[in-house]
Ligand binder design. Sequence first.
Ligand code: SF4
Length: 210
Amino acid sequence: MNPVIAEPVTVLVSMLSHYAYCPRRCALMFVEQTYEDNEYTLRGQAVHENVDEPGWVQREGQRIERALLVWHDELGLQGKCDVVVFRDDGTPYPVEYKSGKRGYKRADDIQLCAQAMCLEAMFGKPVHEGAIYYHSSRRRRNVTFDEPLRQLTLRTIEQVRQLLETMRIPPPVNDHRCPNCSVVGLCLPEAVASLRQHTDDRDLYALQEE
Ligand code: SF4
């Protein structure tokens, strides 16, 4: 009988930015499947509505695709690009739309880099750069997919896959990221952190008593 080889768990590109923002947020959303809208996510959805409808246009000799599904079989990665501009020579240039002025830069970059890796695998062209477009400031930030960013993206893919496989919920970071977080109402970072501190204190006290 042939041994059963387990398929690697598929990681969604969108999970990467949530994990890079806070691993607990990614776990609450995709392991616990709890999700709560707040003003930031609602604004984000409104921005994405403009680019969520698949389609394409030809402009100045360049093909511009909206809501393009992308994947990378080897990495077990799937996702969607808001916009991909195909240069004259066919090289893809991904653009991700964000609702805020400037989000959590590293998380945005990882998400975009993962999209670029998928596009490279699909179209066989190296993708060296892309851009994040911040809707409220109407500014575009170019991102170069250099080796450190690629390595960070690969590490994040593996970390998310581990999270999905183990289904463990990490502890709260309980810092400046929490007030703007979409799942703060479910996460209760302060309450959980104080409970953990209380438990640690009690364990320490019990050790001292032994
Ligand atoms: S509220 Fe804070 S700890 Fe909880 S998921 Fe969000 S960022 Fe992470």
